[in-house]
Design a protein around this ligand. Sequence first.
Ligand code: COA
Length: 262
Amino acid sequence: MSKSYETIKVEREERIAWITLNRPHRLNALNDVMMEELLDALTTVENDPGVRCVVIIGEGDRAFSAGADITAFPKITPTRAEELSRKGQKVFSMIEEMSKPVIAALNGYTLGGGLELALACDFRIASEHAELGNPEINLGIIPGWGGTQKLVRIIGLRNAKRLIMLGERLKADEALQLGLVDKVVPFERLRDEVKALAQKLSEGPPIALKYAKYALNFGSQVPLEVGLRLESALMALLFSTNDVKRGIEAFMSKSKPQFKGD
Ligand code: COA
């Protein structure tokens, strides 16, 4: 975890890994290096049993991320664009496939690829001054890192068309009303609020949290009957863990369970 990166920072606070997008002079725009480094950092924290929850945040107070780095666009070929799109989709899918909860702390502009990154996370907490949107249409393109497919699943077709076809930016309050973010807090409280949520998740039973995430993320992509079977199988598997014993014992003895992830 002591690895140093060029475009991101990774810090460990107890059982929480904080990943900071760190190109503030470009509003934390995502370039090739940042994508590679994100993939590396996500793989590292996924494989670290000491990490129970991951937070992704942007450096500074202006932006979580203003999206893909547009300065690379003038030279891009269609073939390369397709590769970049698939690469980004894979990196963000990795967040959805991770066994640990991931929180996006939206500390400002969350646009384009920045919003697509946030959509891949399990929870989104926004600062009051954050603005969210998919402005790609203004450049003559469409979102290519999952936005057209994922936004619609969260805020519905009508609202997704407003963001993607009109390029409208939502203020944090409206994003909250639409269910695009879970909570809006003053900027000065963002880190503390996110930390409190991350700590709560870190104290939960890791294997049950992993299977809850799988059942929710993958069960919602298949026919209901298939999703229900997936739920039953995962729920049954949890009865083989020591954590379920700890949970039940704690309930019986009216104490707080200390889950260990085995
Ligand atoms: N890629 C590369 N550079 C970006 C960027 C991006 N996506 N977003 C912002 N920047 C750069 C700006 O070019 C500027 O650099 P400069 O100081 O060298 O001129 C710097 O970050 C600060 O941004 P600026 O535009 O001056 O700030 P602002 O407060 O006036 O506007 C935004 C903020 C977010 C509204 C505006 O930067 C913007 O629209 N960015 C692009 C968002 C976008 O279209 N994302 C989807 C990309 S597919």
